[in-house]
Design a protein around this ligand. Structure first.
Ligand SMILES: Cc1cc2nc3c(=O)[nH]c(=O)nc-3n(C[C@H](O)[C@H](O)[C@H](O)COP(=O)(O)OP(=O)(O)OC[C@H]3O[C@@H](n4cnc5c(N)ncnc54)[C@H](O)[C@@H]3O)c2cc1C
Length: 456
């Protein structure tokens, strides 16, 4: 065998597997194959001047490379079983929380020592939410911020690089099960064999993961897709919530359809950004820990979950079609004032220019009601009015909505309690497994599998 362990994907799942293997079994021969660039080479060409929108690079520097999809994220590590994935269903609630805390300790000791941990424990905001038909979920969250998150990744890489073989710009094309045990992975420059293989390809690897499951006859289940918009408003409107909790995960059940709408990825004093998933441009957000890089706005997503079962099972395909429609109408992300949406008219360059909230992302003014299904749009409007009671001003005319935000979930790969497929020694972790949807859960799943391998 060329390697004891090959890890496919250098996102948080892959990085923490590598970190833990090196720590627990320093003698193991480990390689990481990554489709994207090394951290310092990850540069999105959008500069707002020469390149204003996504030019669909072959490898998206935002989604791929050392650090994975989370490298330029806000670096919010939520320690909770209430959201972010279902790792606890495989490994138990206490173990999952322990591992998330362990990951937090590593982040703190690799550059995150001056960052803050926020918590919902004992907050009066829970009662205020309840009184307004909103439910605030329990969590502790470490906010690293985009800047510190980068430093943590840099430090982790420097610690690993001498003992672990990293192959960047080397997407794995195929995995073959060897007779008598072990795996051969095929990539553009050749192949490598290993005793054990950890697949951690995240969301950007979801389509490839489907082919792996077909080739190796691994069972899968379709997953959900979350569709909605990113809301941007003056930071002061949400400051009671964000100053105390940083990120609040709030859920609302709509009166009309009894759908669940939730806040997601809250970025106080942050910026709205483009996200490219397999060539489809959607919206996301981030913020910096460094006060000098802050904006005057806070942004967060409002998402509605959609599940499909029979006869249509392709939840992601549904989300992609909606995102494509918005790309077709707006050439990318569409921007609309809440007041324009409620009045049934599109936003224009002029109306956005006159708006008291200044958009942090250059997007095309338009009409989101032409893109989002009525049921989803109604749910979002209802929730904005519900939030207005907890954070007055949320439903102001000048509140900005960017669309669409789609949160794709990978299909769920059938795994046992060791996060191992039906092929012994072939593990699947992180967002690519469908088990996790967050930095903390993905990282924890990496540590978990590495511990199992090290023990053996
Ligand atoms: C803009 C943005 C902001 C976010 N903010 C947060 C946040 O604040 N908090 C939070 O909890 N979550 C956040 N997320 C989600 C979080 O980034 C993911 O949940 C997390 O990165 C998942 O980790 P992972 O290791 O499973 O996968 P990924 O991070 O997606 O990493 C997978 C890696 O595998 C590589 N890969 C794919 N296919 C192959 C292949 N065939 N061969 C080799 N390599 C391959 C990819 O290039 C990628 O680098 C954010 C996501 C985005 C896009």
């Amino acid at each position: 065998m060329d390697y004891d362990v090959i890890i496919i994907g250098a996102g948080p799942g892959g990085i923490f597997s590598a970190y833990e293997l090196r720590k627990k079994k320093p003698g193991l021969k480990v390689a990481v194959f990554e489709a994207g660039y090394s951290l310092e080479k990850r540069k999105c060409p959008i500069d707002g001047v020469k390149v204003k929108s996504c030019i669909k690079c072959q490898t998206c520097a935002i989604m791929s490379g050392f650090g994975g999809a989370g490298a330029f994220s806000d670096g919010k590590y939520n320690i909770t079983n209430d959201f972010g994935g279902t790792l606890y269903e495989y490994i138990g609630r206490e173990r999952a929380l322990d591992l998330m805390r362990y990951v937090d300790d590593i982040n703190v000791s690799h550059g995150g020592e001056n960052t803050k941990m926020y918590s919902t424990a004992g907050t009066h905001l829970k009662k205020l939410c309840m009184q307004n038909k909103l439910s605030l979920l329990d969590a502790s969250v470490r906010h690293l911020g985009t800047d510190i998150n980068y430093i943590v990744l840099e430090q982790l890489y420097n610690e690993l690089k001498d003992d672990i073989d990293f192959f960047f710009q080397t997407p794995v094309q195929k995995i073959e099960a060897l007779q008598g045990g072990g795996y051969r992975i095929l990539h553009k420059d050749g192949s490598a064999e290993c005793d054990k293989c950890i697949i951690s390809v995240g969301r950007s690897g979801s389509k490839w993961m489907e082919t792996v499951c077909q080739d190796l006859e691994i069972d899968t289940k379709s997953n959900r897709v979350d569709i909605g918009v990113r809301v941007e408003l003056p930071a002061v409107i949400f400051s009671d919530l964000t100053d105390e909790l940083y990120e609040s995960k709030i859920v609302y059940q709509t009166a009309k359809f009894e759908d669940r709408v939730r806040t997601f990825c809250m970025n106080p004093y942050g910026s709205v950004v483009n996200e490219n998933t397999n060539g489809i441009v959607t919206v996301n957000g981030h913020s910096f820990e460094d006060p000098s890089k802050r904006t005057e706005n806070t942004n967060f997503a409002l998402l509605v979950a959609k599940h499909f079962s029979e006869p249509f099972r392709d939840s992601n395909g549904y989300g992609e079609s909606i995102a494509r429609l918005s790309n077709m109408l707006g050439g990318g992300v569409i921007l609309q004032r809440f007041g324009d949406l409620e009045r049934g008219r599109r936003s224009t360059e002029k109306r956005i220019a006159e708006c008291t909230v200044h958009p942090t992302l250059a997007a095309t003014p338009g009409d989101l009601s032409l893109v989002l299904p009525k049921r989803i749009m109604d749910g979002i409007i209802e929730m904005i009015h519900a939030l207005d009671k907890v954070a007055p001003g949320t439903a102001n005319d000048d509140t900005l909505l960017y669309g669409v935000e789609v949160k794709f979930y990978n299909m769920e790969v059938k795994l046992n309690e060791r996060l191992e497929t039906n092929h012994p020694g072939l593990f699947c972790i992180g967002d690519g497994s469908g088990v996790t949807h967050s930095l903390s859960h993905a990282s924890a799943s990496g540590v978990y599998v590495a511990d199992l391998i090290a023990e053996e």
